[in-house]
Design a protein around this ligand. Structure first.
Ligand SMILES: *Cc1c(COP(=O)(O)O)cnc(C)c1O
Ligand SMILES: [Zn+2]
Length: 404
């Protein structure tokens, strides 16, 4: 599909595919799709293609024929009656992104981003990551036969994610610093030509991530939910969801926008703070801390885009504590059988909080995007799931113990 890459801040068109920001003002880049080839078409026309990211190829800025794909997307949208009852919401759904090939929504952006790297002829790709981006990039780089370098904040990456990045053969560099510092370094590496940057400031990544919103609407037969709720870390995903919705509205496939709810951890909450003060810009948080390591980001690269997405949809930002996140994670698992990592559970905790405060009412249709798989972070799960019952190898001993 035809498109242009333009600066999000000053509107300048940027044609050099290796730049990650505007050469005039330093602003973030943004892909503007020309949707005219889709005019007059409907959802029915694209539904002939199988479920998954590439069903929405007409909305994506790379050629599907050359796509590097692991068959990402096509994840379940669960109707959660039990959880809805507990939270006091009649129609609550969970979009389970843990079902993607490497276990998080990052695969949606990475299939497009790595396809773009191949199109540009790049040989080495790289990123800074709180974990999932590196796991995903390592897998797609392996599939494409590219070199891969990932920079991780030392000691702060969940075990499952670290295992994946190592397993797929990436060069894993543990940085003695936090995510924000690792991102600074990898941006400089990209600028000096050592690698092609595949963090979400790469505007091709959010293009792939748009498909989570296309799929939600597709699975709901284009009936617009009242809200879509998702965790906000580096803040590209909420922008991607917003962008997808504006494209659907531009085509007339939906007639109104859902309100977007961005959920942050209270130890890592620059977007929430800016929202509380009604600002379109944010102050970075210096030492972000939260059990939800995927959103442990103090200086979100796409923060200004996230705030626009929230304000333009009459949405809200909310913060939740680590305790609320863990409670939401457990409740989702134990009422619905859905296992998600802590960052993903922030969306459940956010809904809980907004329902209690009355911001969300009982008759709304709510979709929570649960971004990553439970097994990404087994340490946190084991720490918060109670005791193992120990027994002698003897049936009477076991009977006694399970009867307690
Ligand atoms: C990356 C990630 C997020 C945050 O997404 P952003 O686009 O950085 O806001 C949330 N949850 C999980 C599981 C992630 O991997
Ligand atoms: Zn600019």
């Amino acid at each position: 599909m035809p498109y242009k890459v333009k600066c999000f801040e000053c509107g300048r068109e940027v044609t050099d595919g290796l730049l990650d920001s505007c050469p005039t003002c330093g602003g973030l880049l943004n892909v503007e799709m020309d949707l005219s080839p889709l005019k007059g078409k409907t959802l029915k026309d694209i539904r002939k293609a199988p479920m998954g990211v590439w069903r929405y190829a007409p909305f994506l800025p790379v050629d599907q024929k050359k796509a590097v794909s692991l068959l990402e997307g096509g994840t379940p949208l669960y109707r959660c009656l039990g959880l809805g009852e507990k939270l006091g919401i009649k129609d609550l759904r969970v979009k389970y992104e843990g079902a993607n090939p490497t276990g998080s929504f990052k695969d949606r952006g990475m299939t497009v981003g790595v396809s773009r790297a191949v199109e540009l002829g790049c040989k080495v790709v790289g990123c800074a990551s709180t974990g999932n981006t590196s796991a995903s990039l390592a897998a797609y780089a392996a599939k494409a036969g590219l070199g891969c370098v990932v920079l991780l904040p030392s000691g702060k990456v969940a075990l499952g994610k670290l295992a994946q990045a190592m397993f797929y053969g990436a060069k894993v560099v543990s940085i003695d610093g936090n995510f924000d510092e690792a991102l600074d370094i990898v941006r400089r590496l990209a600028k000096e030509g050592h690698l092609y940057l595949l963090n979400s400031i790469n505007p091709f990544r959010p293009e792939g991530q748009k498909t989570v919103a296309f799929e939600i609407l597709d699975q709901l037969d284009m009936q617009v939910p009242d809200r879509i709720v998702l965790p906000v870390g580096n803040a590209a995903n909420i922008w991607a969801v917003y962008k997808a919705l504006t494209e659907l509205r531009e085509l007339g496939w939906i007639d109104r926008m859902p309100r977007l709810v961005g959920v942050q951890a209270s130890g890592s909450n620059p977007i929430f703070r800016a929202f509380e003060e009604g600002k379109r810009d944010f102050q970075p948080v210096d030492h972000p801390e939260t059990v939800a390591t995927a959103i442990r980001i103090g200086n979100p690269a796409s923060g200004r885009k996230a705030l626009k997405a929230i304000y333009d949809t009459d949405g809200v930002a909310v913060e939740v504590t680590d305790e609320e996140i863990i409670a939401g994670q457990k409740l989702l698992g134990r009422t619905e059988g859905i296992g998600v990592e802590p960052a993903s559970a922030a969306s459940i905790a956010g809904v809980m909080k907004l329902r209690q405060s009355g911001e969300i009412s009982a008759d709304e249709r709510i979709v929570c995007i649960c971004t990553g798989n439970l097994l990404k972070d087994p340490d946190t799960v084991i720490k918060n799931s109670g005791e193992i019952l120990r027994s002698k190898a003897d049936i009477d001993a076991v009977i006694k113990i399970i009867a307690r």
